[in-house]
Ligand binder design. Structure first.
Ligand code: PLP
Length: 366
C-alpha cells in the first residue's frame, strides 16, 4: 500500500517532507560523522538542534519571555502527574474542569495529599458539551485550574463561545492540556500558567512532551518529589536531567520548522476551519446516515468522532475506507464508531478524499 491519508489520533500523521528529511539524517547528520540518534545529547551538534528547536517553538507559539519551555520525556499523562507535584502544596485545593476522557485521566494522577474540586463536568451529558463558565464552581485559593483544551476522544474543544482563547480564572493560574490542539491556532499564552502538549498529535513523534510554564510558578514549593520529577531542575539542566529522547526531540524540531515554513499558527487556524467545516458539513448533510453528537459550538476542529446510523456497517465502512487509501478511522474503544483526526499534518485534500468516500459509501449503502 502506498502512503495513505492517515487519520490516526496519535501517534499521528507527520508531514512527508519531515519524514524524508529524517530518513536522510538517519544515516548521517551534517558533519557529525554519525546519525543524529548516535551522538551525545551534550555534544555541540545535538545542543544546536535543541537550541534551535526551542527558538522555533518560541516563534511558532509566540511564547513570552517570562515563560520557560521544557522538553521532557514521557507523555502528557506523565505531566498530569508532575503538575500537581510541582505546583500544588499538600492540603491545597486543585480545581479541575472535566470535559472528556483526558480530563478524567488527569484526576487519576492526583495524590491523596491534595484536595480535588471538580469545578465542572460534562460527564452527565456524555461529554458532548463544555459546562458554561458561569456554572464552574471555582475555589478562590486553588493552586490552579486544570482544563483540557481539546478532548481527543470525545471531540470537544474550547471554542470562542467558551472564552477562547482561555476561560477567565481570575488570579488562579490556568493549566491546560493542549496535547491534541497545540499550534492549530494562535493562542495568547499570557492567559495561561502552564500549557503542556504530548508531541504525537500536532508536534511530532510520541515520547516527548512540551511544557510551557510561567517562570514564577516554578518558585512554588509543590509537594515532596524526586529530583527527576522537578520542573525547575529540568529547566536548570536544559531539559537534560537524564538522557533525553534525542530522536524525538529532533523530529519535533523538524515538524515545528515545517509549521513555520507553512505559515505558522494562523495558517493552521485557517486550514483547521476549512478541514473541519468540510467534514462536519458532510456529516450534517448526510440525512442521518452519519451522526456527530457534540454541541456544535464546541465541536473539535482536530478530532471528529462520528457514527454510522447502522452500526452493523462499521466494518464495511472501515475496509472500504482502507481501499480508498484512508486509514486510522476506527473510533476509540471508549466511544466506538469512527473518528477522523485531522491535525496540522493532514492536508485539505485528505479530508476532501474522506468526504468523497463518505458520500460514495452512503450512496451505495443508503
Ligand atoms: C493523547 C493525549 C493524552 C495522553 O498522552 P500520552 O502520551 O499517552 O500520555 C493526554 N491528553 C490529551 C488531550 C491527549 O490527546
Amino acid at each position: 500500500m502506498a502512503r495513505a491519508y492517515n487519520f490516526s489520533p496519535g501517534p499521528a500523521a507527520l508531514p512527508e517532507v519531515v519524514l524524508r528529511q529524517a530518513q536522510a539524517d538517519m544515516l548521517e547528520w551534517g558533519d557529525a560523522g554519525a546519525s543524529i540518534v548516535e551522538i551525545s545529547h551534550r555534544g555541540p551538534e545535538f545542543m544546536q538542534v535543541a537550541a534551535q528547536t526551542e527558538a522555533d517553538v518560541r516563534t511558532l507559539l509566540a511564547v513570552p519571555d517570562d515563560y520557560a519551555v521544557l522538553f521532557v520525556p514521557g507523555g502528557a499523562t506523565t505531566q498530569q502527574a508532575l503538575i500537581p507535584l510541582n505546583f500544588a502544596e499538600a492540603g491545597q485545593v486543585v480545581d479541575y474542569v472535566v470535559t472528556g476522557h483526558w480530563g478524567k485521566t488527569a484526576l487519576k494522577q492526583l495524590t491523596p495529599a491534595l484536595r480535588l474540586n471538580v469545578a465542572a463536568s460534562s460527564e452527565a451529558d456524555g461529554f458532548r458539551s463544555i459546562p458554561a463558565r458561569d456554572d464552574w464552581q471555582l475555589t478562590r485559593d486553588a493552586a490552579y485550574v486544570h482544563i483540557t483544551a481539546n478532548e481527543t476522544i470525545h471531540g470537544v474543544e474550547y471554542r470562542p463561545a467558551w472564552g477562547n482563547p482561555a476561560p477567565d480564572t481570575r488570579d488562579v493560574p490556568l493549566v491546560a492540556d493542549f496535547s491534541s490542539s497545540i499550534a492549530s491556532e494562535p493562542i495568547d499564552l499570557s492567559r495561561y500558567g502552564v500549557v503542556y502538549a504530548g508531541a504525537q498529535k500536532n508536534l511530532g513523534p510520541v515520547g516527548i512532551t512540551v511544557v510551557i510554564v510561567r517562570r514564577d510558578l516554578l518558585e512554588r514549593a509543590g509537594q515532596p518529589r524526586a529530583h527527576m520529577f522537578d520542573y525547575t531542575a529540568q529547566l536548570q539542566n536544559d531539559s537534560m536531567l537524564n538522557t533525553p529522547p534525542t530522536w524525538n526531540w529532533y523530529l519535533l524540531g523538524l515538524t515545528v520548522r515545517w509549521m513555520l515554513d507553512e505559515g505558522g499558527t494562523s495558517e493552521f487556524d485557517r486550514r483547521s476551519n476549512e478541514k473541519s467545516r468540510l467534514l462536519y458539513d458532510a456529516i450534517d448533510a448526510s440525512g442521518g446516515f452519519y451522526r456527530n453528537d457534540v454541541d456544535p459550538r464546541v465541536r473539535s476542529r482536530m478530532n471528529v468522532p462520528f457514527f454510522l446510523h447502522d452500526e452493523s456497517r462499521n466494518d464495511a465502512f472501515l475496509s472500504g475506507a482502507r481501499e480508498a487509501g484512508l486509514i486510522g478511522l476506527k473510533g476509540h474503544r471508549v466511544l466506538g464508531g469512527m473518528r477522523a483526526s485531522i491535525y496540522n499534518a493532514m492536508p485539505v485534500a485528505g479530508v476532501q478524499a474522506l468526504v468523497d468516500f463518505m458520500k460514495e459509501f452512503r450512496d451505495s449503502h443508503g
